[in-house]
Design a protein around this ligand. Structure first.
Ligand SMILES: [Zn+2]
Length: 180
């Protein structure tokens, strides 16, 4: 099948996505499918994980997209545009556990209860980080550096991860030094 967005096709092949799910995502992308510029313009693709990190403003870790004058979560916009309408009362959840990810192949529908069960299972059910001494995981450290280098302002990352903005710069310097 000829797809307009070569990059997307590649990401659909991400390991760990059930074949049925892949098929569903691919089916939504015939050549005449509208390509969502809003999502595509505002994400950075993470190698290996295949996550599409939202690089615009973020609220409690989730990408914030504006659709007209309405507030919308970026991952929900991505789901609607690439997969289909979200039935009332259902949430769009992340199988990759990265709230700001907008890759439709990483998203699935569930109830708020599913979300709690899922987060318990993944061990991320804890209060959102608020204080500067809150410890970052390795995954979060690399996310911060990737997003910072994709142009997300340090002050936004600081708010998203609950750290001081100087910590963002410090992580970036450390990453650069490591790659020398
Ligand atoms: Zn993802």
């Amino acid at each position: 099948m000829e797809l307009r967005d070569g990059g997307f096709t590649a990401l659909v092949q991400v390991a760990g996505i059930p074949p049925a799910e892949k098929r569903r995502v691919v089916e939504r992308l015939p050549s005449e499918a509208p390509v969502n510029r809003l999502i595509e313009k505002n994400i950075t693709r993470v190698p290996f994980s295949g996550c599409w990190l939202w690089t615009k403003s973020v609220v409690r870790g989730y990408g914030r997209a504006s659709r007209g004058v309405k507030f919308a979560y970026a991952h929900r916009v991505a789901y609607e545009d690439y997969v289909g309408p979200i039935p009332k009362g259902l949430w769009v959840l992340h199988r990759c556990d990265v709230p700001s990810c907008c890759n439709p192949a990483h998203l699935f529908l569930g109830t708020p209860k599913d979300n709690t069960a899922d987060s318990m299972a993944k061990g991320r059910h804890k209060a959102p980080p608020r204080r500067s001494y809150w410890k970052l995981t390795d995954q979060q450290r690399s996310e911060i550096v990737v997003k910072f280098n994709a142009g997300v302002p340090a002050v936004d990352l600081a708010a998203e991860y609950g750290v001081h903005k100087s910590r963002v710069h410090q992580l970036n310097r450390a990453a650069k030094a490591e790659n020398k």
